[in-house]
Design a protein around this ligand. Sequence first.
Ligand SMILES: [Cu+2]
Length: 163
Amino acid sequence: MELLNSAGVPGGCRSGPAGPVFLFLFVAAIGVGCGGQLPRPPLAERGGLQVLSGYAYPTVGEAGAAYLHIRNSADLPDTLFAVQNEGQSGMLMTTEGTRMIMVVSATIAPGSEIAMRPGGMHLMFEGLSRPVAVGDTVRLSLRFARAGELGVLVPVVAYGEMP
Ligand SMILES: [Cu+2]
């Protein structure tokens, strides 16, 4: 599997190393300032699993990336083992340094969360037949071992945005 483009940066993801660091700090600062914000309702919920938020970036060629914040409120662990974007299968990825590594599944312990983000865990899609741009919406489908299938609509936002 070829995950690096000709510039040696991860395909389907963001390019410069400086951007993600800056944006992460920026969002962390906002988070402190908005501590009293009312919680938003989850985007999707099933079997104790909640997708709290999510977004995708515009496709680059036929590749796309998406990020979800998932909480397991159930009493048992559950395992995310398959993802789809508009019906096309994708991959669950983690990042080590500048390398992306595909993982087969991700188990979420009871009461814990997965917070995907650029430079960390994310969903990656290759060979997408429909390009998407900022302002579009994409339909993601998540398959969990216990809760089953969970569908969620997420907005396509500009690179670097982490809404
Ligand atoms: Cu990636």
